[in-house]
Write a protein that binds this ligand. Structure first.
Ligand SMILES: [Zn+2]
Ligand SMILES: [Zn+2]
Length: 265
């Protein structure tokens, strides 16, 4: 394989991986569920890293968390911001999600209560980076990279994926995760599924059924044949003191401790 083709492939994989990692680690497991805690310093560091890795499709952590808490509270009902049960196709679902998200970002939705507490906020940073011009800076960077290294026209087909990487991950998780796959728990009233036993695509996010059953559990895999690629990183970051698991989860890998039994946001 030519060196330039390898560079495009590597760039795509790295962007996919780190953008997805920040989504599941910071936006989802930390901002939305507070599965672990971290100091203000590290919160700002991960905030910044989420911005840098998600780039043109950066999702505001506060808005993401509120929207995700709505998803758990109203899973697969009319009030769910993204349910494949409620929409005829993935594009309609994502358009609805976009509208809910922008209402939250622009503070046109005020849910209050447990939806709007304990969220990572960095107003000065948000003011500085929000808006179309900053998104265009990232689009320009991705385009320049492709112009420099792409050697055949088909490689440019990947460029739009970089630009809307966050929504692409969201569409995969929210559409397939509540539509395709198997269920370990049938005692929850939604359509959540576990789509892949080894979620190499979205780093654990496709264990929707496990996660809806035990939203506070750091490991999204339950069965022996399941693997959540983000969980070892969580254990590692806890061990070196960068994050702190809410309660030191000393469970064996596939055990469900009593404390995760309660179904809550
Ligand atoms: Zn879900
Ligand atoms: Zn969740």
């Amino acid at each position: 394989m030519r060196k330039s083709t390898r560079r495009i492939g590597l760039f795509f994989l790295l962007h996919w991986y780190f953008s997805g990692f920040m989504q599941t680690f910071f936006l989802h497991r930390y901002a939305s569920h507070r599965i672990f805690t971290m100091s203000k310093f590290w919160e700002r560091m991960f905030y910044l890293l989420t911005f840098l890795t998600q780039g043109s499709s950066f999702l505001n952590p506060r808005a993401y968390a509120i929207m995700h808490r709505m998803h758990h509270a109203h899973s697969d009902t009319e009030k769910d911001p993204h349910s494949p049960v409620q929409h005829g196709n993935v594009f309609k679902m994502m358009w609805h999600t976009y509208k809910v998200y922008s209402d939250i970002v622009n503070r046109r939705t005020n849910l209050g209560g447990e939806f709007d507490t304990n969220l990572p906020e960095w107003k000065e940073f948000d003011r500085a980076v929000s808006g179309i011009p900053m998104r265009l800076v990232f689009v320009g960077f991705y385009t320049l990279f492709y112009l420099r290294f792409a050697r055949s026209p088909w490689q440019f087909l990947l460029l739009p994926v970089h630009i809307v990487m966050g929504p692409v991950h969201g569409a995969i998780v929210n559409w397939f995760g509540h539509r395709v796959g198997y269920r370990n728990s049938d005692d929850i009233h939604d359509n959540s599924r576990n789509t892949l036993p080894f979620d190499f695509l979205t780093q654990g996010e496709l264990f929707q059924n496990n996660h809806h059953r035990y939203p506070g559990r750091p490991n999204l895999a339950i069965k022996w044949f399941e693997f959540d690629p983000t969980y070892p990183w969580i254990l590692f970051l806890d061990r070196i003191g960068i994050i702190k698991l809410r309660e030191k989860a000393k469970e064996k890998r596939h055990e469900i401790p009593q404390k995760y039994e309660a179904i809550s946001i």
